[in-house]
Design a protein around this ligand. Structure first.
Ligand SMILES: *Cc1c(COP(=O)(O)O)cnc(C)c1O
Length: 376
């Protein structure tokens, strides 16, 4: 059996080595390290892939979220509602911009933001909702967009974990997640579904005016060379990262299909185990692209299982071990524990298993049989 890894980037690289090496060599030969033609090519190709009018590449996913919020003109004191159960970057940028984060609970099955909880948290100061398509699964965008419309709010999709996933709207039309709200943000961190070999990110929008504003913000607030109209940031995707992404974007659908297939094999193996809740998903559809494969251990033995797997060198991880509302940086007297029953439970039950595009059947069989044996 091949060595187990949480993410196997080396085997994936081996498949595209010639293309990647050649395009990186070209950049070294031409020295167009910043804003080379690879960046423009990637921007165009990602626009086509997503069906988004504008893609603005930037330096990482955290910047993408921050720049999206800056572009919308959110002001200190504005309240921004997001999920209690997500990676901290989402809430971090809200705080950095001196906006007021308002964390709300998630659903136990999808682990995505709870619509009733959003509605309850809306006040006259609320300006935006940030749904996170957690672990690769589309959040309930129909309901979120309806709430946003009703209350005149912006929707900023945190699509760092779900690039390539589709959301089917109530009218039957399909859209790539990240392109449904006013603006979407993603990350190309190496382990993400579309990852480069360093840091990278992008913002997407169908709004021409917002795209123009954002293009200036990523470049020091410049709309004309050395004319700084607004306070911006320096956030660029470099040419080498764009070259890697150009090699990988045509394979993204295959990569996501490989993840879904691995998830199905895990789910099939765990079916019938009363102590495991597996992620249910539409096997024929594509609303979940399994950035992570996360199960819940319901017999109280999650931590013991974690230690057992680690002892056997089976990689696993807890995403996420602490609710954001309980983190020192984000605690707030306004929060009431009774409002977070699901997140408080999930942090005790979740465990993420190896998930990547190169998982082999014998690896999945070994991981699942080890877990089933332990929980027996
Ligand atoms: C990875 C991630 C980010 C941040 O992306 P970086 O490129 O690491 O800055 C933001 N939100 C979520 C949900 C993520 O998983």
């Amino acid at each position: 059996m091949k060595k187990l890894q949480m993410v196997d980037l080396k085997s994936q690289y081996d498949q595209i080595k010639d293309t990647v090496n050649q395009s990186i060599q070209e950049i070294l030969d031409t020295t167009a390290y910043i804003n080379g033609p690879q960046v423009h090519q990637f921007q165009k190709e990602l626009e086509t892939y997503l069906g988004a009018k504008h893609v603005i590449p930037c330096a990482n996913g955290t910047d993408a979220l921050q720049i999206a919020m800056m572009g919308l003109g959110l002001q200190p004191g504005d309240e921004v509602i997001t999920a209690d159960f997500t990676f901290a970057a989402t809430v971090e940028v809200i705080g950095l911009l001196q906006l007021t984060p308002v964390l709300v609970d998630v659903y136990p099955d999808t682990m995505n933001i709870n619509i009733e909880a959003i509605e309850k948290a809306i006040t006259p100061k609320t300006k935006a909702i940030v749904p996170v398509h957690l672990f690769g699964r589309a959040a309930n965008m129909d309901a979120i967009m309806a709430l946003a419309k009703k209350h005149n709010l912006y929707v900023i999709e945190d699509n760092a974990q779900a690039i390539g996933a589709n959301y089917t709207q109530a009218d039957g039309t399909k859209h790539k997640v990240g392109t449904i709200g006013h603006v979407g943000a993603t990350s190309f961190f190496p382990s993400k579904n579309l990852g480069c070999y360093g840091d990278g990110g992008a913002i997407f929008t169908n709004d021409d005016k917002l795209a123009h504003i954002i293009r200036g913000i990523v470049n020091h607030g410049m709309y004309e060379r050395y004319h700084h109209d607004v306070i911006g940031v320096n956030s660029r995707l470099d040419s080498i990262q764009a070259a890697v992404l150009n090699a990988k974007l045509p394979l993204l659908n295959d990569y996501n299909a490989a993840r879904r297939l691995a998830a199905k094999k895990y789910n099939d193996a765990f079916a019938g185990c009363e102590h495991i809740i597996t992620p249910s998903f539409d096997e024929a559809g594509d609303d979940h692209v399994f950035h992570q494969y996360v199960i819940r251990i319901t017999n109280g033995k999650r931590n013991e299982l974690l230690a057992h797997l680690q002892g056997l060198q089976i990689p696993c991880a807890i995403y996420y071990p602490i609710p954001l509302h309980s983190q020192k940086a984000y605690a707030d007297a306004r929060y009431n524990e009774a409002d977070f029953p699901v997140t408080n439970q999930l942090v005790k039950e979740v465990i993420a298993l190896p998930m990547h595009t190169e998982l082999e059947d014998d690896q999945i069989a070994y991981i699942t049989s080890t877990i089933l044996e332990f929980l027996k």
